[in-house]
Design a protein around this ligand. Structure first.
Ligand code: FNR
Length: 185
């Protein structure tokens, strides 16, 4: 089973990158993980004129290929102004353009981390709405991490073992549901 893992934040010190790493460790050898840095999805802000003139940018085609090559997606995202961060939405918008819809039938586990008290839950719900529109199968389980600025030690491990337990349970669900659905084309 192949899983594409990405954080919805570009910054290197991102709490969501750290949360993603906890999930990747929890999955361990149970799946092949392709970790994508959203910074490497080199796409301009979506512009229909650009698309008509030049087609999909190379970065969008590469992103689509990596989604299509996976059975499942693991996404850890912040919320910006109670919703999905622009860079993540822009990358998804480009990847949703024809030919083909790589999101169709991909199982997805959503996670979110924020220094605030809501743990990016509104961003997570916004991404669920977007990916559901693209016929991805966002699993019911999800993870939110409030007060993320205090949640990790210097080596990037959660200070509270319950966080690792919650992430592991959600990853177990992703693996169980993805395995039950089998290979995707
Ligand atoms: C934020 N932040 C934020 N946090 C939150 O809990 N709810 C929100 O609505 C917002 N809105 C928001 C808008 C913009 C434009 C920025 C840049 C930030 C704060 C955000 O959670 C914080 O910067 C996190 O550290 C971002 O996640 P990463 O980069 O640590 O993964």
């Amino acid at each position: 089973m192949r899983i594409l893992a990405l954080a919805g934040s570009l910054r290197s010190g991102s709490y969501n990158r750290k949360l993603l790493a906890v999930a990747v460790r929890a999955i361990g050898a149970r799946a092949e993980i392709d970790t994508l840095d959203l910074r490497d999805v080199a796409v301009p802000v979506y512009d229909g004129d650009l698309e008509q003139r030049d087609g999909l940018p190379e970065g969008a085609r590469a992103f689509k290929g990596r989604i299509a090559a996976a059975e499942a997606l693991l996404i850890a995202t912040p919320e910006y102004n109670n919703s999905v961060p622009g860079p993540l939405k822009n990358a998804i918008d480009w990847a949703s353009r024809p030919p083909g819809n790589p999101f169709r039938d991909r199982t997805v586990l959503l996670m979110g981390a924020s220094p605030g008290p809501f743990g990016a839950v509104r961003g997570v719900l916004a991404v669920r709405q977007i990916l559901t529109a693209l016929h991805a199968l966002v699993i019911p389980a999800y993870v939110t991490l409030p007060h993320a600025d205090e949640a990790f030690d210097a080596s990037g491990d959660p200070r509270d073992p319950k966080v690792t337990e919650r992430v592991t349970r959600a990853c177990d669900e992703l693996l169980r549901i993805t395995a039950a659905l089998g290979r995707r084309d």
